[in-house]
Design a protein around this ligand. Sequence first.
Ligand code: NZQ
Ligand code: ZN
Length: 384
Amino acid sequence: MNNFSFYVPTKIWFGKGQISHLSELSESGSRVLLVYGGGSIKRLGIYSEAMTILKSAGLEVFELSGVEPNPRVEKAREGIALCRANGIDMLLAIGGGSVIDTAKSIAAGVCYDGDVWELIEDSSKIMAALPIYTVLTLSATGSEMNKNAVLSDLGRSVKASMSSDLLKPKMSICDPTYTFTVSRRQTAAGTADMISHTFENYFSPIRDSYLSSRFSEAILKTCIKYGPIALAEPDNYEARANLMWASTNAINGIAKVGAEVGWCCHPIEHELSAYYDVNHGEGLAIIIPRWMRHILSDATAWKFAEYGRNVWDLEGGDMEVAETAIARTEEFFYDVMGLPKTLGELDIGEDKIDLMAANAAPSLKKAFVPLDKSDVAAILRACL
Ligand code: NZQ
Ligand code: ZN
């Protein structure tokens, strides 16, 4: 088990009705920039509920709406200008990962002299950030309790993240009832995303971080049990609540302590999103089984077998269990959750594969099995 540090300053208010705690924002000042997406929070009534609480707590609310999935750097720049013009004290994101990441980027960008994209190129330049508060409406990214913010500059076909402890939200409200209206497609994609966050840490060469591995398996089993229930019964509180807490824990750091390893499927998926504006979770669901098959060997079968035995209750020798576990993963994504299986289904062909592989490869040197650009190209070709 490797040395580690673990620091999460985010206060979570979990459960029905916890939005009343938005009154606590007054601890951070009086002027808040509310960031949201394409309008789901208005349709769901969360917007008016939040406004009533904020106003009765004496807060002055400014707004930045229209954040798109795969959020754009241009929107963050717009928010930074709004903050500067209005002396904003804090950010409040109400939405999914795209909205939260935009708010985080604004919080850091407003405290930085240069352009916000420079913080993505070099996160050590993040020296301060305004306080960040979130109300989560979609279980997937874990941004509500982590240090990352992912932005896209689609004009240059780049999707990348900034990362800093200063981006960890001060408080997040996680009310599972807000996710009852998340579409089938987005519920499936979000489940694939949280599974992928767990895999990225679980498939590690460190063999003795026992607790982290068991913790990861509990998250995986939670996704496998409750993902299909949430699809069949969107307003099943038990399913939505367990998925919400799983998504938060998959990427708040707790599941990787002592076994940290370079991520693999995410850098590859970010290339798909950068060039084709792909839904993040759908891109991951296509890549994961191909990545698994590509790295399965006598040297790695032990970890896949651990996954098969502890998550899928399989029995047998390592290689046999490993292969069946990968097949079960495919069945879960494509047959049970209805996620797309091939890049062809997303109208993506061969033409940019070598380019995307060359872009992703430098980030993959510290992965469970380090990959070069020919590996990535082979994985992507298998996805076609
Ligand atoms: O825009 P609105 O109207 O809010 O609609 C959104 C959006 O269209 C909708 N939605 C959200 N909550 C809803 C709802 N619809 C009905 N009912 C609700 N309660 O869902 C759509 C997708 O929202 P989005 O925020 O884009 O989804 P998600 O949470 O999956 O975020 C994806 C983004 O986060 C990044 C991804 O790359 C992608 O850009 N990630 C961020 C991470 C992080 N910060 O740590 C880690 C992840 O690996 C990921 O890369
Ligand atoms: Zn992800």
